[in-house]
Design a protein around this ligand. Structure first.
Ligand code: HEC
Ligand code: HEC
Ligand code: HEC
Ligand code: HEC
Ligand code: HEC
Ligand code: HEC
Ligand code: HEC
Ligand code: HEC
Ligand code: HEC
Ligand code: HEC
Ligand code: HEC
Length: 498
């Protein structure tokens, strides 16, 4: 449509400009319908329509971004909150754009847009911080709601209806002016904002980077910190990884997610630089064998493979639940947010499981519990009852397995004769790990002999034991770790090798 108008405008600019003035004036003085029509993302698309990442491709990139998935539209960001901000963005900026579109060369327009896309100050001019903070903070939202006329009963933009804390908590997000981020690198927003930084100093590309989620770049942090460090002592050293990577640190300490048992990584005592040669270095398995024997290279790749499999399993229902999210009642949505957060944490950590395999595994188990709780969710009497629902769902599921009544006495007698068995003695000629002293009797008291033996009386195992070497050995894969995973029993290395 616009292309036609454009051609028309070239043929007869005067009539075209007159037509525009009529439209603009009409819209300003009561043409609400026209206002609505010219507020939609589809309208903006008439001129910002390229199907690629870059200037003129803003609709394309917005469409891929998390904000569009949450119904945050162009004018929610591009304009101050409130009626005045809306009219300003709509009429003044809109008219300017129209005139530029008609009278200014494409080259010049691209130059203007490129400036707005790369310079933090120009970017803030295009998308003011007040809009971001209206949605992402409680205090600014409440302050602006007190001080400004936000709406007059007519729905202009989604932002008109945003009331915090309700709005942001419905998405499981933090109030950034007062709280730490819910996941990822912790910048301490409050300090940077009071130091005068704009959102775009770190979040440039937040809606138009071309991805679903746009993460700030580490280089941006370092560039500025390097220049201000001398004057401001509180700026962390670039080598102080954990000052920013609180999430990675929290995962390694096994304390990052409430409601999941703490589980410290066996290498939590190492410093980040023991594996990461520099901030921009991703270690590969060569690193592992610098401290361990060769078999540890495959421990790293095995860990990452297992992580990828579990992540895929846990994400199985994600797309479907995500699409239903906007319609979920609050209690159910809180469960979804918790589930979504775990997935984001696992992905954002970036080590693909290496940083604390057992803890990440426990997080996935928790995420699966949450999907069940979401499925079986029914409106509780009071919304607050949502949290106990999860435990209830988990508790209901546990007794489903019939209680084990015990092995026959004659078999127990056999097992009693072998209380502890040193498995390595028989099967591992060249151990690289402390031998496993298997608590045979303790297991026999809790489960059927046939869980492990095809013939308990003579003690024949239910699988044939091959060569025991490295992580992919028969005891791990066919017996011990397989069952411990299913039954959610501890499986850090020193649970068995001690
Ligand atoms: C008639 C074509 C046209 C339409 C329709 C249009 N724009 Fe633009 N837009 C332009 C042109 C041309 C520019 C560059 C000149 C300027 O900065 O105004 C521009 C610039 C912008 C900028 C950068 C402004 C700055 O400060 O540098 C933003 C943001 C923007 N448009 C958003 C929108 C939104 C949101 C809509 C829908 C409500 C929209 N545009 C609809 C043509 C258009
Ligand atoms: C109308 C409200 C609204 C406005 C305005 C808004 N956002 Fe958002 N933003 C959201 C919502 C809702 C989400 C979360 C969607 C989700 O997680 O499903 C979000 C997500 C984000 C995220 C990603 C969080 C994550 O999980 O990684 C960042 C970063 C962000 N916004 C920054 C900004 C910035 C910067 C601005 C201003 C340019 C802005 N937002 C404007 C509502 C808004
Ligand atoms: C000093 C850099 C910096 C500045 C300035 C900054 N942010 Fe952030 N912001 C970050 C980092 C880093 C994250 C963590 C995300 C990650 O690891 O990818 C983040 C996360 C967020 C999130 C996600 C919060 C959550 O609960 O997970 C939102 C929303 C957000 N920022 C909005 C804003 C807004 C709005 C502004 C402007 C008022 C702003 N940020 C200014 C660096 C910054
Ligand atoms: C979450 C807030 C947000 C939403 C929603 C959003 N933008 Fe933007 N937009 C920004 C920010 C921030 C910038 C500054 C440059 C940057 O970060 O990419 C910007 C820059 C722009 C620019 C000028 C610079 C450039 O990259 O060309 C245009 C034009 C623009 N947006 C158009 C749109 C249109 C059209 C839509 C809707 C289809 C939209 N924006 C939706 C935040 C948003
Ligand atoms: C434009 C400059 C600038 C940029 C960009 C910047 N910072 Fe900072 N940062 C500062 C200043 C200034 C301080 C000191 C603030 C203070 O102590 O009041 C600081 C302090 C910090 C602190 C210490 C806060 C505390 O609790 O004492 C952390 C952590 C931090 N920055 C993280 C980040 C991250 C992460 C990024 C990149 C996403 C980033 N910064 C980008 C200027 C910047
Ligand atoms: C000033 C804050 C800050 C410090 C200090 C810092 N990082 Fe980062 N780091 C970031 C941000 C921001 C990102 C990008 C966002 C993300 O990945 O969530 C990042 C990303 C990374 C990445 C991903 C790859 C990349 O190139 O973006 C690695 C690896 C990394 N950091 C390792 C380290 C290590 C190791 C150290 C210590 C030597 C360190 N970082 C120190 C803020 C910091
Ligand atoms: C035992 C070695 C080891 C230690 C210690 C370690 N890491 Fe890693 N880290 C890795 C490995 C391996 C990867 C995954 C590299 C890959 O496969 O791309 C990784 C990945 C990362 C990534 C993600 C890179 C990306 O591309 O997104 C970040 C960020 C990171 N580590 C930060 C840290 C921080 C911060 C610390 C200290 C608190 C730390 N690491 C300690 C081994 C280690
Ligand atoms: C800087 C030396 C160093 C590097 C590099 C290193 N580790 Fe470790 N690793 C250790 C230390 C120290 C322990 C703790 C030993 C203990 O508690 O007995 C450990 C423990 C372990 C354990 C559990 C206990 C054991 O001995 O089996 C595993 C598994 C492991 N590392 C795997 C890896 C993998 C995989 C990598 C590569 C991503 C790696 N390590 C890189 C030093 C290192
Ligand atoms: C959790 C697994 C597990 C359970 C349950 C279990 N066992 Fe065992 N049992 C083992 C393992 C492992 C060995 C050592 C394998 C070997 O020596 O070949 C073993 C060894 C034995 C042996 C000696 C075999 C030999 O070749 O020396 C006998 C006999 C035996 N078990 C009987 C029983 C009986 C009877 C029960 C039930 C009351 C039982 N076990 C329950 C795992 C189990
Ligand atoms: C059929 C399931 C099953 C198999 C096979 C199995 N286990 Fe277990 N194991 C369990 C259960 C269940 C517990 C937890 C018992 C409890 O909570 O008291 C446990 C507990 C343990 C513990 C104590 C853990 C702690 O929390 O301190 C160790 C050590 C152990 N097993 C080692 C092994 C070894 C070694 C093997 C292989 C030879 C093995 N298990 C095979 C089910 C199994
Ligand atoms: C649930 C019990 C259990 C857990 C947990 C466990 N193992 Fe094992 N592992 C065994 C058993 C049983 C054997 C065979 C007997 C032996 O080696 O003592 C074995 C054998 C091995 C072997 C081959 C024999 C050798 O000494 O070289 C390696 C290597 C090994 N394990 C590494 C690990 C590492 C690394 C971890 C942690 C990531 C781990 N195991 C966790 C039970 C376990």
């Amino acid at each position: 449509m616009w292309q036609k108008l454009k051609n028309f405008s070239r043929k007869d600019p005067l009539i075209f400009v007159l037509a525009i003035i009529v439209i603009v004036v009409g819209a300003t003085f009561g043409g609400l319908e026209a206002m609505h029509m010219t507020s939609t993302d589809t309208f903006c698309k008439t001129c910002h329509a390229e199907q690629r990442v870059g200037v003129r491709g803003e609709h394309f990139t917005w469409d891929k971004n998390i904000h569009s998935k949450a119904d945050v539209s162009c004018l929610d960001c591009h304009g101050d909150p409130g009626i005045i901000g809306y009219l300003d963005a709509h009429v003044i900026a809109g008219t300017k754009s129209l005139l530029y579109q008609i009278f200014v060369s494409e080259e010049k327009i691209v130059e203007l847009l490129t400036h707005a896309a790369t310079d933090p100050v120009a970017a803030e001019h295009a998308a003011p911080d007040s809009a971001c903070l209206f949605c992402h903070s409680d205090d600014v939202n409440q302050k602006l709601r007190r001080e400004k006329l936000i709406s007059v009963g007519i729905h202009f933009r989604n932002i008109d209806e945003v009331k915090n804390p309700t709005y942001r908590t419905s998405y499981g997000l933090a109030s950034i002016t007062g709280e730490p981020v819910t996941k990822g690198v912790e910048p301490n927003h409050a300090k940077h904002i009071s130091a005068g930084l704009l959102c775009t100093n770190c979040h440039i590309g937040v809606a138009h980077g071309g991805e679903l989620y746009n993460k700030p770049k580490m280089q941006t942090c370092f560039d500025c910190h390097d220049t201000v460090r001398e004057k401001v002592q509180t700026v962390p050293a670039n080598e102080d990884c954990a000052a920013c990577h609180t999430m990675q640190k929290g995962l390694q300490e096994g304390t990052y997610v409430k409601g999941v048992d703490e589980m410290r990584w066996y290498m939590a005592d190492l410093s980040c630089s023991d594996c990461h040669d520099s901030a921009f270095e991703r270690p590969n398995s060569d690193k592992c064998v610098m401290c361990h024997d060769d078999s540890y290279a495959s421990i790293m790749t095995d860990t990452q493979e297992a992580f990828a499999e579990r992540l895929a399993e846990v994400k199985g229902k994600y797309a479907q639940l995500f699409s239903e999210r906007e319609d979920m009642p609050m209690g159910k949505r809180a469960l979804f947010n918790e589930y979504a957060r775990i997935i984001r944490i696992a992905e954002m950590d970036g080590s693909k499981g290496v940083h604390n395999p057992d803890y990440l595994d426990a997080l996935f188990t928790r995420a699966l519990e949450l999907t069940e709780a979401i499925d079986t969710w029914t409106a509780p009497v009071a919304e607050e009852a949502a949290a106990p629902m999860v435990q209830k769902a988990a508790a209901e599921e546990a007794p489903a397995a019939p209680a084990f009544a015990g092995n026959p006495a004659e078999l127990m007698e056999i097992a009693s004769a072998m209380e502890i068995i040193n498995i390595a003695e028989k099967y591992v000629p060249e151990p690289t790990k402390p031998a496993v002293n298997f608590e045979h009797l303790a297991h026999a008291q809790k489960m059927a002999c046939t869980e492990c033996h095809s013939d308990p009386e003579s003690g024949v195992l239910k699988f044939e034991v091959g060569e025991i070497k490295g992580m992919k050995n028969d005891f791990h894969e066919k017996l011990c770790i397989d069952c411990h995973t299913k039954q959610r029993v501890k499986k850090t290395c020193n649970t068995c090798h001690k």
